[in-house]
Design a protein around this ligand. Structure first.
Ligand code: SAM
Length: 196
């Protein structure tokens, strides 16, 4: 078993207590970024969605189906058992969904954990329908605090593979996903892109 799995295996109960950090305002923001791609009754894959706290709130706010895809059983066991919230064991690099199945992919605080980011981007371009969306919530690694956080993650066996907003936009453009990055607060930013 790789170190990444070991980290989220033992961290899952603590993470579950901290995961529901979503204020009504932050949910409104994420709904606004996803709504252009996801009509009522649409489909979203929350890649690296962990315990499903965000998926649950988004399924209600968007009136949509939200499937959490995550490789850590100890995380997805907390995904709420609700009619339009799903949980699928699997990774971003090999997504068990048909081509064009989703209207959008969401990745919150998980992209820097992916060991094969180009492989994940190729999967997003495959499983999201043409014209669908990719929304990534990430942290800019510039600055001493974020450099320390990345170093701690690497000590814990994680990739700590953070991108600056500029790097994120350039990376996705190389993978047929054109979009924009916008800073949110502190090191947080979002990428919103459209599948060509
Ligand atoms: C910090 S948690 C974020 C959970 C949730 N998205 C949130 O914002 O609260 C990172 C998650 O990424 C998952 N993860 C790690 N590697 C992954 C991969 N290759 N594909 C999909 N998810 C992955 C972990 O299992 C973990 O649940």
């Amino acid at each position: 078993m790789c170190a990444r799995m070991a980290f989220f295996n033992w961290a899952a109960p603590a993470f579950n207590r901290l995961a529901d950090r979503w204020s009504p305002e932050s949910i409104d923001d994420i709904v606004g970024w996803l709504r252009p791609y996801v009509a009522p009754h649409g489909r979203i894959i929350d890649v690296g969605g962990g315990t499903g706290a965000l998926a649950r709130k988004l399924s209600l706010a968007l009136d949509a189906e939200v499937v959490v895809l995550d490789p850590t059983p100890e995380m997805i066991r907390y995904v709420p058992d609700e009619s339009r919230v799903g949980a699928v064991l699997g990774s971003a690099e090999a997504m068990p969904f048909d081509d064009g199945w989703a209207d959008a992919v969401l990745v919150s605080d998980a992209f820097h954990h992916f060991r094969d980011q180009p492989g994940a981007a190729a999967e997003f371009a495959r499983v999201v329908r043409p014209g669908g969306g990719v929304v990534v919530l990430e942290l800019d690694p510039s600055g001493p605090f974020m450099r320390m956080l990345a170093a701690i993650e690497r000590l814990l066996g994680e990739p700590g593979a953070f991108f600056t907003p500029e790097q994120m936009c350039a990376f996705f453009a190389e993978h047929d996903i054109d979009g924009v990055c916008e800073r949110i607060k502190g090191p947080s930013y979002r990428f919103t892109g459209t599948i060509r």
